[in-house]
Design a protein around this ligand. Structure first.
Ligand code: CDT
Length: 314
């Protein structure tokens, strides 16, 4: 019997620094209501969906920095999202900056949560691949200080939810094949992934013209090579003078894009996703148990290890 999830990929246009949490939450609520009207069960929001992408600034005042983080989820300003989800029966994935107190110490993560149709949190993911740099680099047009403002999470999990097996990742994670494979090995049937990607990459401006190609390349390959749906959701448009790529899309286990946003603003892309489409990829071309050769990869690794010292000595 087919297992369908009607998914809305809820792209956001730019969020400026002056926009309050209340303003942003209103935009998220509008997406939830529209998705509900279109018969969706799950809405996927971007990475750091409650604020502007603050790692673009070197912030020296701790209070100024702390204002971008959530200390609790739900909190006073976000509770309405959970209440609305429960009332409408529409769950969501939400990316935000998390300030956690662990054994009395403040820890900062780039986090996403998966919320069920009853408004309860099902799972939490903390971003593993933190791009950018840790120190101020004044030569850049804008900073990318994720390595300063966050610490990496412990790894990739999947959750039994929405009638299937759901995984989460965040932005730069999507460029790494192991992100999808680690969740693929746990049976992921749908990977939810929010992102904030500037068109301009200061250390490699020669990649700028390829930013959308690379965005779709990695997510489509990850979907196909693991027989999973991938829902990639952007913040797009000009945010505080920084142009973000957009490119929100829903990708089938075939690797094909089946729904996409056509603007860089607040927009939904919607697809009726049959989780059983994963089966034919997971049981044939990408039947991991039959065709993967971890033993052989081990040999390759050790051979490379033996070659490297010679190469370095040459
Ligand atoms: N937010 C985030 O992870 N952004 C990075 C920018 C890296 S510049 C290529 C990304 O991978 O999209």
């Amino acid at each position: 019997m087919p297992r369908f999830i009607n998914v809305a990929a809820a792209q956001l246009g730019p969020i400026q620094r002056a926009d309050s949490r209340r303003d942003v939450v209103e935009r998220l609520l509008a997406h939830l209501h529209q998705a509900h009207a279109m018969g969706c069960q799950l809405v996927v929001f971007p990475e750091l969906a409650l604020t502007t992408f603050f790692p673009r600034w070197y912030l020296e005042d701790p209070a100024e920095l702390d204002a971008f983080y959530e200390r609790e989820m739900p909190g006073a300003e976000t509770r309405v999202l959970f209440e609305t989800a429960a009332r409408l029966g529409v769950g969501f994935y939400l990316g935000y900056a998390e300030l956690a107190l662990e054994q009395g110490a403040a820890r900062r993560y780039n986090t996403s949560i998966l919320v069920g149709q009853d408004g309860a949190i099902i799972g939490k993911y903390r971003k593993v691949h933190l791009p950018g740099h840790a120190e101020h680099e004044p030569w850049r047009d804008f900073q990318h200080l994720e390595k300063r403002y966050f610490e990496p999470g412990p790894g990739f999990d999947v959750w039994r939810a929405y009638g299937g097996v759901i995984g989460m990742a965040l932005c730069n994670d999507r460029r790494w094949s192991e992100t999808y494979r680690v969740m693929g090995l746990q049976g992921a049937e749908m990977i939810l992934l929010g992102y904030n990607t500037p068109v301009h990459n200061p250390p490699a401006p020669e990649h700028d013209d390829l930013s959308m190609f690379h965005n779709h390349l990695v997510m489509q390959a990850g979907a196909y090579q693991n027989g999973t749906w991938v829902v990639g959701v952007a913040k797009g448009g000009k945010e505080e003078g920084c142009e973000m790529i957009g490119g929100t899309c829903i990708i089938a286990p075939s690797g094909e894009i089946v729904a996409a946003c056509s603007t860089k603003g607040d927009e939904l892309a919607i697809a009726r996703c049959d989780l059983d489409l994963c089966h034919s990829y997971k049981t044939t071309t990408f039947n991991f148990d039959r065709h993967r050769r971890p033993d052989a990869y081990g040999l390759i690794t050790s051979r490379r290890g033996a070659i490297e010292p010679e190469h370095l000595a040459a």
